[in-house]
Ligand binder design. Structure first.
Ligand SMILES: Nc1nc2c(c(=O)[nH]1)N[C@@H](CN(C=O)c1ccc(C(=O)N[C@@H](CCC(=O)O)C(=O)O)cc1)CN2
Length: 293
């Protein structure tokens, strides 16, 4: 039987609806809505679209959106100075620096300039350390979205075997830790992993975040598995440009119990979780509990 398709767009939209209600209640209680600042360096076309979408989603949720744009020629010191100014601005609750940054800029250094209390991407050393330690912090958005989608299929993740293919700072590593926090048995696989097909076949939850179009073949998927495809690859096929994931969707859906499509699966959860983190950061900065969503 063909898999259930996990509708990330609908789940993200429902989450954003609830965040909007919480943001409006927050504005009433505190005199101003939460405010998110996004820093964009350079003119990468995909990044421009994502930043525009983040701004629109932020405003639609009743929050304030600020954009700081710098040219591709900006120096690391100039980007760091913008981040530090945002840290100092009390009206700003959340800051993110859109990735990727131009190659002459050390992304790690720039991210680490962000005040951890405003780090809504959850990528600073402080928030990464808090995730590792299992204490309160801001968690990376795409991995958070993946856990929400997995839970939309399986109420309890405890005891399930999760295989995460990919070890990026943005997705693979934090997703592995979040699944571990859900008491999954986690295998972290990557491009140098031996017997990758066999390891994938052992997964109850298979997460692919490697950025290689359709790397995961249909018969790498265990019957009844939940498949989360985090890859967004632009390919040219039959003379047309299209988006495909890291999983061979058509083949995998014949074996999985549930699977995310690309587009419309994990991607939309990233922005929904970003809005939720902005709300959480705004609440914590005022010493109140974050939203129960
Ligand atoms: N600072 C950050 N930079 C980047 C992140 C991030 O989380 N923080 N993630 C990605 C880009 N990204 C958000 O920034 C993002 C990517 C994809 C989507 C999304 O909704 N994708 C759609 C398809 C969109 C398309 O047509 O291109 C989908 O999958 O349905 C949202 C956000 C790298 N940089």
């Amino acid at each position: 039987m063909s898999a259930r398709i996990i509708d990330g767009k609908a789940i993200a939209s429902a989450l954003r609806e609830r965040i909007g209600e919480e943001a409006r209640a927050f504005a009433k209680a505190h005199g101003a809505p939460p405010c998110l600042a996004v820093v964009l360096v350079g003119d990468d076309p995909a990044s421009q679209v994502y930043v525009r979408n983040k701004g629109r989603a932020t405003r639609e949720s009743g929050m304030i959106s600020i954009e700081k744009r710098l040219p591709a020629s900006a120096s690391e010191a100039e980007v760091a100075a913008v981040v530090r100014a945002l840290n100092e601005d009390p009206s700003i609750d959340g800051i993110l620096v859109q990735m990727p940054l131009p190659v002459h800029i050390d992304a790690h250094s720039v991210i680490n300039e962000i005040d951890p209390a405003k780090d809504v991407d959850g990528l600073t050393e402080t928030n990464a350390g808090r995730l590792l330690l299992g204490v309160q912090g801001l968690r990376p958005c795409t991995p958070e979205g993946c856990v929400i989608l997995a839970k939309s299929v399986r109420d309890r993740l405890e005891g399930l075997r999760a295989v995460v293919v990919g070890r990026s700072i943005l997705v693979g590593k934090p997703l592995s830790l979040l699944l571990l926090a859900e008491n999954c048995t986690v295998v972290m696989a990557h491009s140098k992993t031996r017997d990758l097909p066999e390891i994938c076949r052992s997964a109850d939850i298979l997460c692919a975040a490697v950025g290689r179009p359709r790397l995961i073949e249909g018969d790498w998927v265990k019957k009844g598995a939940v498949v989360l495809d985090i890859g967004i690859n632009r390919v040219e096929e039959d003379g047309a440009a299209r988006l495909v994931g890291d999983v061979d969707f058509e083949a995998a859906k014949e074996r999985a119990e549930a699977i995310t499509p690309v587009p419309g699966g994990v991607g939309p959860m990233t922005i929904a979780c970003l809005l939720r983190n902005t709300l959480i950061a705004a609440a914590r900065r005022r010493g109140v509990r974050g939203p129960a969503i």
